[in-house]
Design a protein around this ligand. Structure first.
Ligand SMILES: [Zn+2]
Length: 119
């Protein structure tokens, strides 16, 4: 869906503390609530073992771009796959929103929130 469609459906105020949306590129957002595969269950971690990489489509159509989950280190059998969601909201990241988007990854260097500092 387009970014405007996602904003209409879910708002952009970050009030859920939970999302199945993935920003694909400047034009599109993947809504895993509607057509997601099992990758939508991969949790965030502040010390992830994977990263999400957007592969641009060879045909140049941004609608055909794909998200790939790549390992960034050796992963033991049975170990949970995680990546850094890198969430940045349109609204200011207040203490209340950081708490709403609380991170429970358990990493020693956990930031305590899924929200990334704005630049
Ligand atoms: Zn964390």
């Amino acid at each position: 869906m387009s970014h405007a469609e996602a904003d209409d459906l879910y708002g952009d105020g970050g009030e859920t503390g939970h999302t199945f949306l993935f920003t694909l590129n400047d034009d599109y957002i993947i809504d895993a609530n509607r057509k997601g595969n099992s990758a939508r269950w991969i949790n965030h971690s502040c010390a992830p073992n994977c990263r999400a990489v957007v592969e641009e489509s060879a045909d140049g159509n941004p609608r055909h771009d794909k998200v790939m989950i790549e390992a960034i280190r050796a992963i033991k059998p049975g170990e949970e796959l995680t990546y850094d969601y890198g969430i940045t909201l349109e609204v200011p990241h207040t203490a209340r929103l950081k708490k709403l988007w609380k991170c429970l990854c358990g990493a020693p260097d956990c930031t305590g929130t899924l929200l990334k500092p704005k630049r």
